[in-house]
Ligand binder design. Sequence first.
Ligand code: UDX
Length: 472
Amino acid sequence: MTIIPPVRISVIGCGYLGAVHAASLAKLGHQVIGVDVDPVRLAALEAGRAPFFEPGFDTLLAEVSATGRLRFTGSMAEIADCELHFLCVGTPQKPGSGEADLSYVDAAVRALRDILASPDIASAVVAGKSTVPVGTAERLADFFADSGANVALVWNPEFLREGFAVQDTLEPDRIVYGLAPGEAGRRGAAALDEAYAPILHRGTPKIETDWATAELVKVAANSFLATKISFINAMSEVCDATGGDVLALARAIGLDERIGPKFLRAGVGFGGGCLPKDIRAFAARATALGASGVAALLTPVDAVNRRARDRMVDLIAESVGWVVSPGSVGQSQSAEGNHPSEAGLQPESNPPRLAVLGAAFKPDSDDTRDSPALDVARRLAALGADVHVYDPAAGSIVSRLTPELTVAQSLSEAAEGAQALIVLTEWREFIDLDPDSVTPLVARRVMIDGRSALPAARWRDAGWDFRGPGRP
Ligand code: UDX
């Protein structure tokens, strides 16, 4: 067995990405310090508690905290003796523009530069994991070089999915190194090879490339996934217009190996902290570089995705006989946050009581960032519906962010007196729900599957009116 010497590592930024990365590196045997500016997040992590809902993360944290190999701090000074520094800070969307806001990256790099430019530090390796516009690594490398710090910068994008963060970090599909030319590149690659040794020894594919390609791999992957989802949602519209079945269509095209079955679930569309903002930032960056084909592709992908939310409001209104506007409420596409009530549409009759099942942007997560489920729930409430939301993990977050919604403590509480049950996040609890168990609770037996996840025949056999985008 090869003995791998532990590396002294810092992880700057301990959100979803950084916290899981730090704990995973400690699990691999390294000495790790996580740094963050948020005292609430730090307090949780220092106590060995996950500051967000992520399956398996609490267990991993407890396990590695007990080894003494992982600690957290608010002070950058404490990471001075680390050999390898991972940048894991967020790159949110700039308000009012599609571009990425790099202020957290720049602040972290300035703070790191102040430490690494000290004459006491001979050299260090910095590995960027944040999702950044192409060209950022080169700019940051120049910044370190100008300061006199001897830094080898590597771009090492992260592909973890929320809900599978621990598994994706410890057992990734692939590892990508974006390397500087020459000696700095070799030094950067050697440091990452040591950090990831147990993963690489298992035969995980490693792709060594230049900085720009590594930065692009991440946004290209997310753009492809987003495009697949919008593709199938566009197909669901044609199915609605023709009586076709988008589930059968997705199954049939997915059996073609060149297409593959994943990310072809039609419904209320993609959300979360990555896909929506990454495709917008990529389109903005590519356009600035004169590569206009990217925006020509991704702007409609974004528009179809917004339209999926509009169509869902439309379907819900129609299913319960709620007249919201003379035509469709699904006309507004362009401006961010534009929804029916803002577009001047008004409810005209009998606002219903509705049970929205799910608020997180995906199951096994309490993340409601750009969540299609929460967005649709908000729009329904804005149109006057009495909306009761139940989510197995995100309830307290919804109460805090959206006081206009009633948060139910259980599925049954949400279902009580509802004119429709609407699944907008495909939690297992909703997929497995027995129609007979909720039949006595609801005012009308209407089930709307906004995620193509429920067994239609089971609900129809139990006497329910079962609907969903692209479902006959
Ligand atoms: C994504 C990428 O998958 C991951 O590789 C990257 O590192 C970060 O961004 P994540 O944001 O966790 O991960 O979510 P993902 O599983 O990709 O789902 C994104 C959204 O697409 C969710 O809202 C999900 O409900 C939706 N989705 C997914 C669909 O609407 N249909 C599908 O078929 C699949």
